[in-house]
Design a protein. Structure first.
Length: 193
């Protein structure tokens, strides 16, 4: 009678231990990139961070890139690291969206989002399925058009017909079919991807 109970307890203990170890290993492989990574908005990216042995130090792959007094959160898709860089004194000319290789730091392209109305600093809204979404919105009081950029070249694929009032601390999200959902304090918008 005692042997089957011992087997059950051992089996349950093994499963729980395995689950905790898998969770720890999975977290060590993902980069938390704040609002990017995936449309589930968990912040976790499929890009693998440095694997570190117990008690070791992570290996630095690269450092550098475009410096700026105002940095944005990075967004990662595949081996693409997308950031916006801005300068307070010349925001019309110096509002870059930049794509780096996440593993080497090589700059792939650098795009200045067009100025349409309020001339705010560029920001990256999201990245999904090879498309980078960016705008120059300054929040609800300074709405701007949303741009879809090709992740490989930085070329503009389309510009939205409606403006969005996204603030620098906000992001867009996606419908299951890939359509973009954006909101500000006045309205909720859904753009066809």
């Amino acid at each position: 009678m005692k042997l089957p109970l011992l087997r059950k307890v051992t089996y349950i203990t093994f499963i729980i231990t395995l689950g905790f170890n898998m969770q720890s290993f999975a977290q060590s492989l993902d980069w938390n990139v704040g609002t990017g990574g995936n449309y589930g908005r968990s912040g976790l990216s499929w890009a693998l961070g440095p694997l570190v042995e117990s008690g070791g130090e992570p290996e630095l792959y690269w450092s550098g890139g475009e410096s700026t007094p105002y940095a944005s959160y990075p967004l990662i898709e595949g081996d693409n690291l997308i950031v916006a860089r801005r300068w307070p004194s010349s925001h019309q000319e110096e509002a870059w969206v930049i794509n780096y290789n996440v593993y080497t730091g090589e700059e792939r392209w650098k795009v200045n989002i067009p100025v349409n109305t309020y001339h705010n600093h560029a920001q990256v809204s999201a990245v999904k399925d090879g498309v980078v979404y960016a705008n120059r919105s300054g929040g609800s009081s300074e709405p701007e058009f949303l741009y879809a950029l090709d992740i490989e070249t930085g070329d503009i694929i389309w510009m939205s017909e409606e403006t969005i009032g996204e603030h620098a601390t906000e992001t867009v999200t996606f419908n299951e079919n890939g359509d973009i959902i954006a909101a500000d304090i006045y309205r909720l918008l859904c753009f066809s991807h």
